[in-house]
Write a protein that binds this ligand. Structure first.
Ligand SMILES: [Zn+2]
Length: 496
């Protein structure tokens, strides 16, 4: 059983338990050597064993199925190596230590997050629900796809639970605040970008300084105006204060919130959520982290603004756009693209339609693919039925036949068998038919219980319409009927 792109390792474990029926303790013993253990929601161990089990590359699992890319992004090169090694060595406590996530300053609960609407969509699309990595970022409370609050599920001892337990989760009646939605989209955008860029060391402080306007930094870049930034930051997140832990983090950390971020010795030891809060306030989108593509992002934004209406999400993620366009140019189905990047179908369509001419080019590609496939079906049929007639092709390959008849008629007529001339039926011997009917009539009349009409007699003779349309060819029959008064003839209308 494979782990899906963007699915958490914990989710895979409970899905495996649900599918195979193997006891959770037994599964855990095979992976961890213990019958009870806790699987981290986003920095799990057992990557190597899962890699062996699913035949997926362990580095791919690390990048796709954990939040390692996001956590490592805010760590120094040495720290990254330690976290990765600890995850590969199944050393959960070392992972915790190296990732510096268990800071007292950020008391995030140990939970798995689930979006009620993503849960339903998964059941509809895949037939089962999964837990998504992008929902597990500490401090992010909103689903980036549905803009609703995530539900928290405390599953301290893993393996004991079943995802179907979550079927009762309800959509929160509270509407997320704008700042929360923007923060969630920022985090999601960053995770998507990081999956696509090569792992390298970013000079985060340099980037922050570049993006700070003169209002917040001196001209030579040496003095950061902490107080002013904190005031703005506080105001920016103020609307979230009553609802989440964010306010507490900013409020209580006060001046200690910002200065370590700009300190070379401390910046890479800060909780990732602190960087997320700051960079989300500072940047329009997470792609601003990657300056080498900033120009393209601007053109993407312009294209997106032209192509999309107000309801649509802005295309924040240029790296994602580029990848989606590349696949779209090759004619990949949009559902496959959405699955590959773990984004919604609607968002995929929005990205595709934002590139001029791409939709038309895709239509052409699609038509060519259909033409090629349908031609092949018809050719195969003709090869296996050398004596067939046109009507056989029409009947047995009707879908392909009619499509080609509409869009590829010239080709169709070159391959179809030549129409065979209709054989004329030998002349009907009406005299014999007349006498045959005459022989049958007395019995039919004797058995008839209802009023006798031309139609009822014709039906009794097999419904060929001879007594309705060809009476003049059956003189003896008609005479017998009329002379015996079986049917009253309207003389004015007459009969032959
Ligand atoms: Zn959702």
């Amino acid at each position: 059983m494979n782990i899906l792109p963007g699915e958490t390792v914990y989710s895979w474990f409970i899905r495996y338990h649900a599918v195979t029926g193997e006891a959770p303790a037994s599964i855990l013993r095979r992976f961890s050597g213990k019958s009870k253990t806790r699987i981290h929601p986003y920095l799990p161990c057992y990557i190597n064993k899962l890699s062996d089990f699913t035949s997926l590359d362990r580095n791919k699992l690390l990048m796709e199925n954990t939040l390692y890319p996001l956590i490592a992004f805010y760590r120094s090169g040495e720290q990254k190596k330690l976290i990765k090694a600890a995850m590969f060595d199944d050393d959960a406590s070392k992972v915790n230590r190296c990732s510096l996530l268990s800071s007292n300053q950020f008391p995030f609960p140990f939970v798995n997050n689930v979006c009620p609407l993503c849960y339903r969509a998964d059941i509809k699309e895949k037939g089962f629900p999964i837990l998504h990595v992008e929902h597990q970022v500490s401090g992010i409370n909103v689903c980036p796809h549905h803009n609703i609050y995530l539900s928290r599920i405390s599953l301290r001892t893993s393996g004991n639970s079943d995802l179907s337990m979550l079927s009762g989760i309800r959509i929160s009646s509270f509407t997320p605040k704008k700042a929360e939605i923007k923060l969630s989209e920022f985090s999601f955008g960053l995770i998507s970008n990081l999956k696509m860029v090569k792992e390298r060391d970013f000079d985060i402080i340099k980037k922050y300084k570049e993006l700070l306007s003169e209002e917040f930094i001196s001209k030579n870049g040496c003095v950061i105006k902490n107080k002013r930034i904190m005031q703005r930051l506080f105001n920016y997140y103020q609307e979230m204060f009553s609802l989440s832990d964010v306010s507490e983090i900013i409020r209580f950390s006060g001046n200690h919130f910002l200065s370590p971020i700009f300190d070379k010795n401390k910046s890479y030891c800060q909780h990732p959520f602190k960087h997320l809060l700051f960079s989300n306030w500072l940047m329009e989108s997470s792609s601003q982290y990657f300056s080498d593509i900033s120009k393209e992002e601007i053109s993407c934004r312009n294209r997106s603004a032209r192509a999309s209406n107000k309801d649509k999400k802005p295309l924040r993620n240029i790296l994602l756009c580029e990848k989606v366009w590349e696949m779209a140019e090759n004619g990949t189905h949009r559902a496959e693209i959405a699955k590959a990047f773990n984004i919604s179908l609607g968002y995929t369509e929005q990205i595709i339609s934002s590139k001029t001419g791409l939709v038309e080019r895709r239509k052409k590609i699609k038509k060519n693919v259909i033409r090629k496939n349908y031609r092949q079906v018809i050719k195969n049929y003709l090869r296996s039925h050398p004596d067939c007639m046109r009507k056989n092709v029409k009947k047995d390959c009707s879908k392909q036949f009619y499509w080609c008849y509409l869009y590829d008629q010239l080709w169709l007529y070159t391959v179809l068998p030549r129409p065979k001339k209709k054989k004329k039926n030998p002349r009907v011997n009406w005299e014999k038919r007349d006498s045959d009917i005459l022989l049958k009539l007395p019995k039919i009349i004797a058995q008839s219980r209802n009023k006798i009409t031309w139609s009822s007699l014709d039906r009794a003779l097999g419904g060929h319409g001879w007594l309705l349309k060809k009476r003049n060819m059956l003189p003896d029959t008609v005479r017998y009927i009329v002379d015996n008064g079986i049917i009253q003839i309207n003389k004015e209308k007459g009969i032959d």
